[in-house]
Design a protein around this ligand. Structure first.
Ligand SMILES: [Mg+2]
Length: 181
């Protein structure tokens, strides 16, 4: 079995979940980070929580001092890619982990839906991409541990790749606890 821990940052309004960025780390050492070139930048900048917590981690072009206008996504940054290209890269990343791949995320229900929607409706999920995501919180609950018992993230919380790396640390920590329980 190879696990892939992942995290998405997204814009959601109770009706839609729009990809902002995705980070993935595989047990075999590979990593993926991509930012959606097509998300609604004005909506993210206008969303107080995303503006404060997610936007600062994205590759952004700042206006020079004295120049009016809003900061915007740096479309020349290699991590910033069209959504369709991200969909192909993510499918390749998951399939390269082999047939026994497991997906893991933290409070991952929305992450799974946003991930699956990269390829359109549910029936369009590529062969070999798991139809569900294991949840760190479910495993924590199964082991009878309180939320506060989990290792805390040291830095860059809400940067999708930093969050994915932290999820890997927490999942492995839980696996240790599960073995010794
Ligand atoms: Mg995150």
């Amino acid at each position: 079995m190879t696990a892939i821990d992942y995290d998405l940052e997204f814009l959601e309004d109770g009706r839609t979940i729009e990809l902002i960025s995705i980070g993935m780390v595989a047990d075999d050492g590979r990593e993926l980070y991509a930012v959606n070139a097509e998300f609604d930048q004005a909506a993210v900048r206008g969303h107080p929580w995303l503006r404060g917590n997610v936007w600062p981690h994205l590759p952004v072009v700042q206006n020079p001092p004295g120049v009016r206008g809003v900061d915007r996504l740096d479309l020349d940054d290699p991590a910033v890619r069209p959504r369709a290209q991200i969909a192909r890269a993510v499918a390749d990343f998951i399939l390269a982990a082999g047939p026994e791949v497991e997906l893991w995320a933290n409070y991952g229900a929305y992450d799974h839906v946003c991930l699956a929607q990269l390829w359109g409706p549910m029936v369009a999920l590529p062969e070999g991409v798991p139809m569900f995501t294991h949840d760190i919180q479910q495993e924590r609950s199964r082991l009878g541990l309180p939320v506060g018992a989990l290792p805390a993230q040291q830095e860059s919380e809400h940067h999708a790749l930093a969050d994915a790396r932290h999820n890997q640390i927490v999942r492995r920590w839980l696996a240790e606890r599960g073995r010794s329980a």
